[in-house]
Design a binder for this molecule. Structure first.
Ligand code: PGA
Length: 248
């Protein structure tokens, strides 16, 4: 379905469960069609259900992670991999330790890197070396961010050091015991890195994402709403539940 003359395909599903199942099906189809796919993964509450579905599909023999390569969108600056709030930890707990992905094929920016600059450059090079991302999974922040690309960042950005937006700090502090413990900086793939993925799925559920999704798919393409850049990508599927889709 083409909406408003734009290339973004919008799939409206009943609820979070359906969103998760639909997303897992797209990931599975991608892997089954190309067993050595390069997958871009996201963290946060949104994709948890999709990972649960993928684990079920794996346990039932419907998908095999043996040859896939994974690149995560982002990581907090200054958190050790073992920190339960790190995105390394999240990915291990929510997906990687439950499936047969090889350790050497797991890539997540290193939040403790001595040189952030070198880490960012190497991350980009690693993605390039494997031929780019075949399928990128995205969530969306209430401020319209994708990855940790906060509003007003230039669309040309590649993997870079990020100062988190106040809104993001507030939203994500729910995972920490206090807002003071919440990191204020991160490393994130840039908008340009994301836009080079061959295919993208953007997931959103719940009414607090309604406005961001509306602006992303119906609004003007502007760095003020980072996700709106996806209107310029030729192969994006936005999967939203009925609550999120209410304004579309
Ligand atoms: P959430 O985060 O899935 O935890 O809502 C999404 C995001 O900030 O990109």
């Amino acid at each position: 379905m083409m909406q408003g003359g734009k290339m973004v395909e919008i799939v409206i599903v009943k609820d979070y469960n359906e969103m998760s199942k639909k997303a897992a099906k797209i990931v599975t189809t991608q892997i089954n069609g190309k067993p050595n796919s390069v997958l871009g993964f996201a963290t946060g509450d949104t994709p948890r259900g999709m990972y649960e579905e993928l684990i079920k599909l794996y346990n039932n023999g419907n998908v095999d992670f043996a040859d896939i390569k994974a690149f995560n969108l982002d990581e907090y600056y200054g958190l050790e991999k073992e920190n339960p709030q790190s995105y390394h930890y999240y990915m291990m707990e929510n997906l990687f330790r439950h499936v047969n992905i090889k350790n050497e094929n797991i890539h997540i920016p290193e939040g403790m890197a001595e040189s952030i600059e070198i880490e960012c450059e190497e991350y980009e090079n690693k993605i390039k070396k494997v031929g780019g991302i075949d399928l990128q999974v995205l969530g969306i922040g209430r401020n319209g961010h994708i990855g940790f690309n906060e509003p007003d960042l230039k669309f040309e950005a590649r993997t870079h050091f990020v100062k988190l937006d106040d809104d993001t700090i507030k939203a994500n502090s729910r995972f920490f015991s206090s807002i003071q413990e919440m990191p204020t900086k991160a490393i994130s793939m840039g908008i340009k890195t994301i836009m080079q993925a061959k295919k993208i799925i953007l997931l959103a559920s719940g009414k607090e994402k309604r406005d961001a999704i509306f602006k992303a798919v119906r609004g003007e393409t502007t760095p003020e709403v980072p996700a709106s850049v996806l209107q310029r990508h030729p192969n994006v599927i936005v999967i939203v539940d009925e609550e999120t889709a209410a304004l579309l």
